[in-house]
Design a protein around this ligand. Structure first.
Ligand code: CU
Length: 154
């Protein structure tokens, strides 16, 4: 005799649980903003941080992917000669001070879409290999398409 009542209570409980789940899902969207903390911490400096290692005679950047915006390059002279970092392109030209071996400095630049030349302006170093080209914005590398191919569900 009491069984039908119990069943109704169970059904009500499930319905209430479903509402709670929906509300939780909405709240979860708000909590998702916590993942933005990563970008917030990035912007605590002046734009995106990039490391440029200046050695004899190469320039090694910590990233090769650039989007338009502000960047702070940390140039480190890991070689045994004086080096400096110069960035030249659509946004203009910026040059760090000349670094003695072991020294480092920062260079804040605002990059615009286009091709930039990153090189060492110290005599002859550019010709000896201290030069690299970067592309700001533009088309993603073909390998990125491979990364998204599993998402064929879209
Ligand atoms: Cu140099």
């Amino acid at each position: 005799m009491t069984t039908p009542h119990i069943r109704r209570r169970v059904l009500l409980g499930v319905a209430a649980g479903g509402l709670t789940a929906l509300l939780a899902a909405c709240g979860g969207g708000g909590n998702g903003s916590s993942s933005n903390d990563d970008s917030t911490s990035n912007s605590t400096g002046k734009g995106t941080q990039v490391t440029a290692e200046l050695s004899d005679f190469r320039i090694k950047l910590s990233t090769e992917k650039f989007q338009p915006g502000q960047y702070t390059f940390t140039a480190k002279n890991t070689g045994s000669h004086d080096h400096a970092l110069e960035i030249e392109g659509p946004g203009g030209e910026d040059r760090s001070k000349t670094l003695e071996p072991g020294q480092s400095t920062t260079l804040t630049v605002t990059l615009k879409s286009g091709s930039y030349e990153v090189y060492c302006p110290v005599d002859g170093h550019k010709d000896r290999g201290m030069e690299t080209d970067i592309t700001v914005g533009g088309a993603p590398a073909p390998s990125d398409d491979n990364d998204t191919s599993p998402g064929n569900g879209y």
